[in-house]
Design a protein around this ligand. Structure first.
Ligand SMILES: Nc1ncnc2c1ncn2[C@@H]1O[C@H](COP(=O)(O)OP(=O)(O)O)[C@@H](O)[C@H]1O
Ligand SMILES: [Mg+2]
Length: 266
């Protein structure tokens, strides 16, 4: 029998403040709630995913950084969350050293480090969701190499398109040079306000240029989503009936409808 697919998905965009962390946290929470054993990897030194679950990042002795560069076993680092089926690999600001360290490690291929670490970790989550830092560098290339597919959150504002073009170019280069099966699992519009002309214009433009790649479910600008991290909860638990929670759930279901097929055909 063929091995079941256990997708690794990176939520990625080199721009900050576009909804990467919010999407990673809430996608992972809904996947776990649907019964999928899910691992959320906080691969950003700002540790926003970690903090969103109420974990005190500064007090952590071992984090994603140690897993990545000093081969600390995942078991020592993983924390269970308040959601059944959802574990997190927390981060803290030690990870700021990673870009430099990765390029100095004595290994055959510096882009395969995270990929190999995850493969060797001995864990078999149904989904691994990786929250990425807001820049392109050795760590983000490692994340793209380790992932089967990418979700690109896009905040529909004036400068979004320029950033998106750079990201797609990088995706294509990585696909060509180091990871031919890497899949673009779609662009997710975040912080959407249908009443704003600029939002509608940008979304129309993205849908025209990236036909078939934009998720039908757009995440609205929603205060309950924004305040959930301050309650140390995903929006699913903090405001399950809020517009933001409902849309993140619909997005998760839309993601599930496409992910396995997309990866099998990659
Ligand atoms: N749908 C939303 N509605 C309102 N605020 C949001 C929404 N999504 C994200 N935010 C807020 O926008 C800011 C940036 O989001 P975040 O997920 O941290 O982006 P990134 O990880 O890309 O830097 C955060 O303060 C977050 O709470
Ligand atoms: Mg973030």
């Amino acid at each position: 029998m063929e091995e079941p697919l256990r997708p690794r998905v990176a939520v990625i965009n080199q721009k900050g403040g576009v909804g990467k962390t919010t999407t990673a946290v809430n996608l992972a929470a809904f996947l776990a709630d649907l019964g999928y054993r899910t691992l959320l990897v906080d691969a950003d030194a700002q540790a926003n995913s970690t903090i969103s679950f109420g974990i005190d990042a500064n007090s952590l002795k071992e984090t994603f950084y140690d897993f990545l560069v000093s081969v600390t076993p995942l078991e020592r680092i993983i924390r269970h969350t308040m959601i059944n089926n959802l574990d997190i690999v927390p981060s803290n600001d030690n990870l700021y050293a990673a870009d430099l360290d990765l390029s100095q490690l004595d290994v055959y291929n510096h882009f395969d480090i995270l990929h190999n670490r995850l493969n060797d970790s001995g864990r078999d989550y149904d989904f691994t969701v990786i929250d990425s830092p807001p820049h392109l560098g050795p760590l983000t290339i490692n994340i793209m190499r380790a992932a089967d597919g990418l979700i690109v959150p896009l905040k529909a504002d004036f400068l979004a398109l320029q950033g998106l073009a750079i990201l797609i170019k990088t995706f294509r280069r990585i696909k060509r040079a180091i990871h031919p099966r890497l899949c673009l699992l779609g662009i997710l519009i975040t912080m959407y306000s249908a009443s704003q002309n600029i939002c509608r214009d940008v979304v129309n433009n993205v849908e025209k240029n990236f036909e078939g790649l934009v998720y039908e479910n757009k995440i609205p600008m929603n205060v309950t989503v924004a305040e959930s991290p301050s309650f140390s909860l995903p929006v699913m638990l903090h405001g399950p009936k809020s517009a933001g929670a409902l849309k993140y759930k619909d997005f998760t279901l839309e993601f599930l409808r496409k992910v396995y097929g997309a990866l099998e055909n990659a």
